[in-house]
Design a protein around this ligand. Structure first.
Ligand code: NAG
Ligand code: NAG
Length: 371
């Protein structure tokens, strides 16, 4: 997500006192804390990978770790990403493909992945101090100052940034696993803290996942175990700037996530797109010389951006129903948004008219599609 979005995070700090149960004695403060579970922003979950012999490496360098059986850090490996040849390996191993037989997104063949440190806030991109800051680092420090301890009453729910909730009923392995893990974590956090209900705090893309998680959990469960849901900056409903990343202006940047081929392959790329339920049917979000696009015109926009029909179909079948089903989670909830934070509300194409490329999908393995 864009930089200005992160600025809102500092506003979370003003919430810290809220988390204390009213307590008469300072010495009992620790016992009186409600457990807190954090769901961080888009790029904060770390992913480890290992390569099996089935990995069809694009170069000898990318094949180096093949078959070794050892897990290495795929995202975010700051060291490896300094080195340009390595970046293309990471790009190849990080991208997803859609498997029409399974009806689901998956890794490219031969790449196995897992999310690191689920349950803890320690794994939120902790290698690089700058990353730590955008991944709730200051907020975690503030909670620790009022007595919270990781693993005791403070927990983290990192996720694989590439995946997203799909319409209920469709194969959606990664998000289903995330929901099961988060449910167990919330129950554990509560049990460990005298049965007190949990405060869920999300940031950015984490809000979209947390909201879907809550809405798909049994109502009695969430009412019993969730005291409050704080959604900080850019949750459900989408953001206009996601159309820029996805579409007409997408071009390769220096880092692996901004590579078209990588970013466009993520199911999560559709999840951030503006929902017609939040942005209405009339406001033009993208203005070009030839035509304007509202949130409802997303399929046309995606096609104009060069995505093949199969990808637009996945937006329609998997992402759009989730976006249209935007609703309150029926637990006490607070949305925290920045004031005076520059936010993209409309994208204007001044000079090019309509679409960029009309690349057709490339079939790589015969069973999976990429674009
Ligand atoms: C990051 O990648 C480098 C080079 O590709 C590798 O040697 C290193 O082990 C990786 N880091 C981690 C933490 O796995
Ligand atoms: C697109 O939207 C802009 C801004 O609202 C408006 O001025 C323009 O006339 C619209 N263009 C078309 C082709 O509808």
């Amino acid at each position: 997500m864009d930089k200005p979005q992160w600025l809102c995070l500092s506003r979370l700090l003003v919430l810290a006192p809220f988390f204390l149960v009213r307590s008469t004695s300072a010495s009992h403060q620790r016992e009186a804390l409600h457990p807190v579970v954090l769901v961080p922003g888009f790029s904060c979950g770390q992913i480890e990978a290992r390569l099996t012999e089935a990995y069809d490496s694009p170069s000898p360098l990318c094949a180096l770790r093949k078959g070794g059986g050892r897990w290495f850090r795929l995202w975010k490996n700051s060291t490896a990403l300094q080195d340009l040849p390595n970046v293309s390996c990471f790009a190849d191993q990080l991208r997803l493909v859609y498997d029409p037989t399974a009806g689901n997104y998956r890794n490219v063949p031969g790449v196995q992945t897992r999310v690191v440190s689920f349950g803890s806030t320690r794994g939120f991109l902790s290698d690089d101090p700058a990353d730590k800051e955008i991944c709730m680092g200051t907020f975690v420090a503030a909670l620790e100052r009022i007595g919270y301890k990781d693993g005791e009453d403070l927990f983290g729910a990192p996720y694989d940034l590439r995946h997203a909730p799909a319409a209920p009923g469709l194969p959606n392995r990664e998000f289903s696993m995330f929901c099961r893990s988060l449910m167990a974590l919330v129950e554990h956090a509560s049990t460990r803290n005298g049965g007190r209900p949990v405060i869920l705090v999300s940031h950015s893309q984490g809000g979209l996942l947390a909201l879907e998680f809550l809405n798909r959990s049994p109502l009695a469960w969430r009412r019993r175990l969730v005291k409050h849901f704080f959604m900080a900056s850019t949750g459900a409903g989408g953001i206009v700037v996601a159309m820029k990343g996805k579409g007409l202006a997408a071009r390769d940047g220096g880092d692996v996530l901004s590579m078209r081929r990588v970013k466009r392959s993520f199911e999560s790329a559709f999840a951030g797109l503006p929902s017609p339920a939040a942005f209405g049917h009339e406001t033009p979000l993208v203005v070009t010389r030839a035509r304007n696009y509202t949130a409802r015109d997303m399929p046309g926009f995606l096609a104009a951006a060069g995505l093949p029909a199969v990808a637009v179909g996945l937006y329609l079948s998997r992402a759009l129903p989730v976006a249209l089903n935007l609703r309150a989670p029926l637990v006490p909830m607070t949305c925290v948004n920045g004031v005076g934070v520059p936010t993209v509300e409309r994208l204007v194409w001044c000079c090019t008219g309509t679409a960029t490329s009309t690349r057709s999908p490339r079939w790589r393995t015969g069973t999976a599609t990429e674009w």
